[in-house]
Design a protein around this ligand. Sequence first.
Ligand code: FMN
Length: 214
Amino acid sequence: MDLRPEDLAPRERYKLLIGCIVPRPIAFVSTIAPDGRLNLAPFSFFNGIGSDPMTVLFCPANNSEGGEKDTLRNCKPRSEGGTGEFVVNAAVENYAREVAACAEALPYGESEWDLVGLAVAPSARVRPPRVELSPWAFECETLQVVRTNPGHPAGGNVVIGRVVHIYLSDEIVDARMHVDADKLRAVGRMGGFGYATTRDRFDLPPNREALKRP
Ligand SMILES: Cc1cc2nc3c(=O)[nH]c(=O)nc-3n(C[C@H](O)[C@H](O)[C@H](O)COP(=O)(O)O)c2cc1C
């Protein structure tokens, strides 16, 4: 079939986005409100952007009233009323349930950290703490927020952050910065309530070499 997005309801477009774009990495994002209260939430519209400077993005959509989710309120630039900082933690098998539980929409200022009981560890360069158990954490300063439909439910927001400090567990990485996927045990998000592990993997050589079957 062929579809025009304008013939679909936003809910249907959402289902196609999350069902077709799979598996998605999950950013487990820690932020702090201007008054110091902590927040923690998962976002699977997440990726790296570039490595010089080291930049990442994640996308907290507007809530059902068209307002900003707590994470966006907290991490938007200071000039827009936020604190301009966030920490991306890993989403891994060890605490996948806690990651999912942190999607609960708590009133602004009520902390998901208390809901799930994960321990905090202080960050090195930014105020929001990292998840102590997380095998890696990227401490970020918000460069910019791009809004695709401000004030409207289901409108998107791209938060672009510069990584200013990297935490890595010595367990998962070697001296050449190769991360061991078996030790990391990352989880990804599928459509609906689905998640994926990263245990069923395969290698391919680069470029046209990849076409050769053994
Ligand atoms: C695995 C997972 C991934 C999610 N990804 C996103 C996402 O990319 N964008 C989004 O707006 N909400 C996403 N959500 C929902 C948010 O986590 C949820 O709305 C949460 O309440 C936002 O928290 P906050 O209001 O404290 O920022 C996701 C939920 C789960 C469980």
